[in-house]
Design a protein around this ligand. Structure first.
Ligand code: ADP
Length: 230
């Protein structure tokens, strides 16, 4: 089962490709941004703390991130045996802690997809999205700040994961179908997807729902997943 980290600057398509990969594989989609926005929308104390960072395009402190994300990752592992992590980890301390967490729970990531696009393209896509969805942090100043935060805090993860031999770098400055075909080929070549007989093209992966019950990969047999972060 795929256990994927999607790494990309804002606007490079990690949300779009994460959702698509989830449909292809049946692995749970866990978007840190969506979980944070849901917490803000709930109006909880935690949500109010989170909003002070997200509104400015700054990263939310690691403690808050782990408090919000850990239950979702544990539930995903239990339900699907895999995950598509969209927006996490985003700093080296998060990556190192996530690696420890993965090792403890036998849920180590087996692929990291690094999506790239020219900065002008990122800005233009996010401004388009702002017109459509009106996300609070999709204003020009905050977009530029988020891209700068990516360059300083998140970009170092690219070499870290490249060194682990699990990174695929993909330009998204081309048709989505091309990006997806290349991504599927790479996952197939690494034995992370199972081809469906007679199918070809970008949607040839076997959706998890199509498999007979009980044939999904499990994180570690019948053992329960420890509901703990440490
Ligand atoms: P984008 O990649 O377009 O910035 P996201 O929805 O992934 O959008 O994230 C929105 C905001 O949520 C970020 O700007 C940041 O404030 C916060 N955030 C998301 N994921 C993390 C994370 N792993 N660590 C810290 N902050 C995060």
């Amino acid at each position: 089962m795929v256990r994927v980290i999607m790494l990309s600057p804002p606007g490079a398509g990690k949300g779009t490709h994460s959702k698509w990969l989830t449909q292809q594989t049946g692995a749970a989609h866990i978007s840190s941004g969506d979980l944070l926005r849901a917490e803000v929308a709930r109006g909880s104390d935690l949500g109010r703390q989170v909003a002070t960072y997200t509104e400015r395009g700054d990263l939310v402190p690691d403690e808050l991130i782990f408090r919000i994300l850990a239950p979702a990752v544990v539930a995903a592992a239990r339900d699907t045996g895999g995950y598509v992590l969209d927006g996490f980890p985003r700093t080296m301390p998060q990556a190192l802690r996530a690696a420890q967490f993965g090792a403890d729970l036998a849920l180590t990531s087996n692929a990291v997809i690094y999506l790239t696009a020219p900065e002008a393209e990122l800005v233009s896509r996010l401004l388009d999205r702002a017109r459509r969805d009106g996300r609070a942090d999709d204003t020009l100043g905050v977009i530029r700040h988020r891209i700068a935060v990516f360059a300083s805090e998140t970009a170092p993860l690219v070499e870290y994961y490249r060194g682990r031999g699990i990174l695929l770098e993909l330009s998204t400055d081309r048709p989505e179908s091309e990006v997806q075909a290349e991504l599927l080929d790479w996952l197939h070549a690494r034995g992370l997807l199972h081809p469906v007989a007679g199918k070809s093209g970008p949607d040839r992966a076997e959706p998890a729902e199509a498999r007979p019950p009980g044939t999904r990969d499990q994180p570690h047999g019948d053992q329960p997943v420890k509901p703990s972060l440490t």
